[in-house]
Design a protein around this ligand. Structure first.
Ligand SMILES: C=CC1=C(C)c2cc3[nH]c(cc4nc(cc5[nH]c(cc1n2)c(C)c5CCC(=O)O)C(CCC(=O)O)=C4C)c(C)c3C=C
Ligand SMILES: [Fe+2]
Ligand SMILES: [Fe+2]
Length: 353
């Protein structure tokens, strides 16, 4: 999300609302249960796989609760609620993230079944239902003793992956349960992920007429974080650049044919990592005369609001205003190379159990 509303003190807080899902008769959530796919009897050989994702509201009614959780109970102001709800309205009134998450888990489990391992899938969201805590409770109820935990985000940060992992540990304490977990921390240099992203670059360039392709510039981006976090030693920014260089190399881009930017800066007043995509595009145009761009968000593995709104609507608007053609190929979603990567890192990690 962008920093449209830096907040004056005078605004009115509209919550804390409790972060609970509002359910009505016609509501069918994409992830109605933490258990995904076949769930027969658990044996000593069974390995649980806990897939974790950010979570997203599936109706605008859920927005106050969702934001209350993201903001860790700090009040959400009316202007912020209105602005973020407006962003979701612009992309269809709901987050597509839970649906993509389910599809990614189902596809990964199909791949994992070919390894001969007895894997059982669970879904747990960090900021919305079904919660990571629900998944851990269901795993304990099912008698799971050993498990792999993976976040549907390839880069490690103490503000992302570590927080998901801490939720598992807190849930085990809360339920006085014991499961031996091994954690996939990152998979940002896995060849399948890199190749799948490089394919997206090629896909984007192919959208331009053949005689223009040599002058297309690719901007790789990821969610910004406060600069302070990186100064404290967080590996997130280094991992992103490592991925970006590998993707550009794999896509056959020269150094002048690609660049890096951050996106979706949060609202806190401290400095966030930049440049932000919507500032970087005009700079590319002014300083280097670039007017054809492919935009790829390499830190996200599915199409959700940070892409569908922040790039497809906001960055597109900036591009149009400066006479730039911006192409944004689809996110990885259920790309077989990416799904193969997930299955392979999970299976490799499971050997540690
Ligand atoms: C690496 C860090 C982050 C990733 C990846 C990330 C993904 C992500 N975020 C949203 C939606 C929202 N995020 C918001 C705030 C927010 N996000 C991060 C970090 C990552 N998010 C931070 C540090 C913050 C600030 C939190 C705070 O304490 O205020 C918000 C709230 C409003 C806003 O600031 O814009 C939303 C909404 C999605 C959908 C997403 C993708 C999976
Ligand atoms: Fe955001
Ligand atoms: Fe976020």
């Amino acid at each position: 999300m962008t920093k449209q509303s830096q907040l004056p003190d005078t605004e009115t807080a509209v919550n804390p609302y409790p972060p609970v899902r509002i359910v009505n008769d016609s509501f069918a959530p994409s992830l109605p249960s933490t258990r995904i796919g076949e769930h027969g009897p658990v044996t000593d050989a069974t390995i649980g796989v806990l897939f974790m994702a950010y979570g997203g509201p599936e109706s605008l009614d859920e927005m106050p609760g969702y934001l209350a959780d993201i903001r860790s109970g700090r009040p959400t102001y009316a202007e912020v609620l209105e602005e973020i709800s407006g962003n979701y309205e612009a992309i269809g009134g709901k987050s597509p993230l839970p649906e993509f998450t389910r599809a990614q888990i189902e596809a990964t489990m199909t791949q994992l079944q070919t390894t001969g391992g007895d894997y059982r899938a669970y879904a747990g969201m960090r900021h919305w239902s079904p919660w990571i805590e629900d998944a851990v409770r269901d795993m304990l109820d099912d008698g799971i003793q050993r498990a792999v935990a993976i976040v549907l985000a390839p880069h490690y940060s103490k503000l992302s992956v570590e927080k998901y992992q801490k939720k598992i540990k807190a849930a085990l304490e809360m339920y006085h349960g014991q499961i031996e977990f091994v954690f996939v921390n990152e998979y940002h240099t896995e060849p399948g992920y890199i190749t799948a992203m490089a394919d997206r670059v090629r896909m984007g360039i192919a959208e331009f007429p053949e005689d223009q392709r040599g002058s297309v510039h690719t901007v790789l981006s990821a969610h910004s974080l406060p600069v302070r976090v990186i100064r404290e030693g967080d590996p997130y920014a280094d991992q992103l650049l490592e991925s970006a260089r590998l993707i550009a190399q794999q896509a056959g881009l020269r150094d002048d044919q690609w660049s890096w930017s951050y996106q979706s800066e949060g609202r806190s007043p401290e400095p966030w990592l930049g440049p932000q995509l919507e500032d970087w595009l005009p700079q590319l145009k002014e300083e280097r005369g670039i007017d054809k761009v492919v935009s790829i968000a390499i830190g996200f593995v599915s199409d959700h609001v940070e892409i569908l709104f922040d790039i497809d609507i906001e960055a597109q608007k900036v591009a149009r205003e400066i006479g730039m053609k911006l192409v944004r190929p689809p996110a990885l979603n259920t790309d077989p190379l990416f799904i193969g990567t997930l299955a392979s890192v999970i299976h490799t990690k499971a050997q540690e159990l």
